[in-house]
Design a protein around this ligand. Structure first.
Ligand code: MN
Ligand code: MN
Length: 468
């Protein structure tokens, strides 16, 4: 063995997925990514992602858990929580006491929510006031086409689903920004202050209604349109949940089409690949579960977030339907033996901003799935910090099943950071590893992932479900 060979044998180096996979795998990757782009276009809100997940689950033989009496090995079930959170499970052949193999991802993404009383008229235009959701760079949301998605109840209790701006024939909406000619003061502000939260107002109309009695003629015209088309009144907004998201579709990016650009890839890239892996899992040894949660971007709080008792209650129900009962001891045993891949996107090293990353430990787009011992910020705060034992076990499953993976610390030690749902799952007394897909322009209206990493994420979850 030459020194060069020995060095290669002894040292660690990340790999580029494209250099490792076969032509057959490339074809599989492209087909998966075509389907992924469709998923992104169909699921721009957590509610839409749940609807799409149900549709896909049903087509793959899953049934609502409530419809099942007793559960047996091979059964495929799902439970929906308030239309924003879903758990799918495939019952394993082993005793459930041996634990569950769980993959968790989130399906909420940064966006602009309408305020409760959003509609107003100013300077001959009608606008909607918003309150942003999650960590956004506000300037990125101005001067781009936006769509309106959401649920609103009419006076008579009819539930209206809004989806305006996605079809080619639909109008879109927009937040206007100041022209550079008059932006002298704005341009000298700090970027955090350049666009203010109260200025994220959506342009929704501009034709005044001819009327002698009403002063707000444009607002009046918009209200009439809303009433004619959807049967809603201004008051109905008070209870509505309406999300403003980018109106553009998921696209291939690059001459070689190596990337996918789309809104909401954090964390729908992990949600989609988790879902696909679960749907493709037949007769696993351990019970396999996929959990898609809401509210991660605002701290995992609430009854549809990771901190909700939904997962625990659902696991208890599954145990009861397998065993006939679920005692506290029984439940504790199952949870203690369960493990989780907490799948969320990581930061890919950006060629325009290389200096924020420490490149020995950062993730690179195209170099595969990220497996992270810890996330967090300022000394690993808000991290679950996986154990050596568990990391080794997962890494071995990945290696044995041809999954190409890399490490992926989120930025230099003192640069910042971020948490995921991993800490909350770990608090239940499970082993948890942070993992996911590297993303460029994370939280921007148009985020970038490498197709090869999307493919490796799918393969990693499938390997976990099928081999642990
Ligand atoms: Mn995320
Ligand atoms: Mn995020």
């Amino acid at each position: 063995m030459t020194d060069k060979e020995l060095f290669e044998e002894l040292s660690y180096k990340r790999k580029n997925v494209y250099e490792e996979i076969t032509d057959e795998q490339k074809a599989e990757m492209l087909a998966l990514c075509d389907e992924y782009r469709e998923f992104l276009d169909a699921g721009k809100t957590e509610r839409e992602c749940v609807s799409k997940a149900i549709e896909m689950a049903k087509a793959n033989g899953f049934v609502p858990l409530a419809e099942k009496g007793a559960l047996k090995a091979g059964d495929k079930v799902y439970v929906i929580n308030r239309n924003k959170n879903i758990l799918l499970a495939i019952i394993g052949s082993e005793d459930i006491d041996e634990g569950i193999n769980l993959v968790g991802a989130h399906i909420d993404s940064p966006r602009l929510d309408l305020k409760q009383n959003p509609l107003y008229e100013s300077t001959g235009m009608a606008l909607l006031k918003t309150h942003y959701y999650g960590g956004i760079k506000k300037y990125q949301w101005t001067a781009i086409p936006l769509a309106i998605h959401g649920v609103i109840f009419t006076k008579d209790g009819e539930r209206v689903t809004l989806n305006i701006g996605e079809n080619e024939s639909d109008p879109v909406f927009c937040i206007t920004d100041l022209l550079p000619h008059l932006a002298k003061d704005q341009m000298t502000k700090k970027m955090t202050e350049g666009i203010e939260g109260e200025n994220l107002n959506i342009l929704i109309g501009g034709i005044p209604l001819k009327s002698d009695d009403v002063s707000e003629k444009v607002k009046f015209a918009v209200l009439k349109l809303l009433n004619e088309r959807y049967g809603i009144r201004e008051r109905d907004f008070l209870s509505a949940e309406i999300e403003i998201v980018p109106a553009f579709k998921a696209r291939n990016v690059g001459l070689d089409e190596s990337f996918i650009g789309a809104y909401g890839q954090d964390d729908r890239v992990c949600a989609f690949t988790t879902l696909k892996a679960a749907l493709d899992t037949e007769a696993p040894k351990k019970t396999a579960a996929a959990l898609l949660v809401d509210k991660e971007e605002i701290g995992s709080m609430g009854n549809t977030g990771m901190l909700s008792a939904f997962m625990e209650m659902t696991v208890a129900e599954i145990i009861e339907k397998i065993k006939g009962e679920c005692t506290v001891t029984e439940y504790n045993r199952v949870i203690r033996n369960s493990v989780c891949m907490s799948s969320d996107v990581g930061a890919a090293v950006d060629p325009n901003y290389e200096s924020v990353s420490e490149k020995k430990n950062a993730a690179f787009a195209g170099c595969g799935m990220i497996l992270m011992k810890y996330t967090g910020a300022r000394g690993k705060s808000d991290s679950s910090d996986a154990s050596a034992e568990f990391l080794y076990e997962i890494e071995k499953i990945m290696d044995d099943n041809g999954v190409i993976w890399q490490t992926g610390e989120l930025g230099k030690v003192d640069q910042g950071g971020g948490g995921t749902i991993a800490q909350y799952v770990a608090n239940l007394n499970m082993d948890v590893i942070d993992c996911g897909v590297p993303v460029l322009s994370m939280h921007a209206p148009f985020e970038i992932t490498a197709k090869s990493d999307v493919y490796m994420a799918y393969k990693s979850y499938a390997a976990f479900y099928g081999n642990r």
